[in-house]
Design a protein. Structure first.
Length: 173
């Protein structure tokens, strides 16, 4: 494995252990050239998956891109990194279980929405705002009303609290 710091070709594995409930192997590595230390993960890939974009173009499925989008939705939310990893691993497993080599991007988005809805209402709404292409405040209001996210019982920390949508257009009254 190449060193990410100095690009030296030969690094040494110092420690290996199971991760993600046995779905991956975590390896701590050391570069003898620069002394850098870094971690890699080894995961089983059942098949090469392609993502069919809404434009019709296809691209290789990228687990890290999926992880980044989930992390963005969960930024500054009370969700542990281990829980994020499990969520992403669960989504990837569901995609693999479809048995398709080409997966529509809409399917991935739906799986992410389902997963986030059970974890955190704010993250769910953030992700939905990008996935469903919200353009104005009214889009958020409609989504929150449709999904019934305004109650204090939603989300892992009690949600974002009550959402008051009555005062957004006070000038119109």
């Amino acid at each position: 494995m190449r060193c990410p710091f100095c690009n030296h070709e030969d690094t040494q594995v110092k420690d290996s252990r199971p991760a993600e409930e046995g779905a991956a192997i975590r390896r701590r590595r050391f570069c003898p050239a620069c002394g850098g230390r870094f971690t890699t993960f080894e995961r089983v890939q059942l098949r090469e998956m392609l993502v069919k974009k809404s434009t019709g173009r296809t691209a290789p499925f990228d687990r890290e891109k999926l992880l980044r989008s989930v992390q963005i939705a969960l930024r500054k939310r009370p969700v542990e990194p281990d829980q994020v990893e499990k969520l992403v691993t669960g989504i990837v497993r569901r995609l693999e279980q479809l048995g398709e080599s080409e997966i529509p991007s809409q399917q991935i988005g739906e799986f992410v929405m389902e997963a986030l809805s059970g974890v955190d209402a704010v993250a769910y709404t953030r992700y939905a705002s990008v996935y469903k292409n919200f353009r104005e405040v009214g889009d958020f209001e409609r989504f929150i009303d449709e999904e019934q996210l305004s109650g204090p019982e939603t989300g892992s920390d009690g949600g974002a609290g009550p959402v008051n949508t009555d005062n957004t257009n006070q000038a119109d009254d």
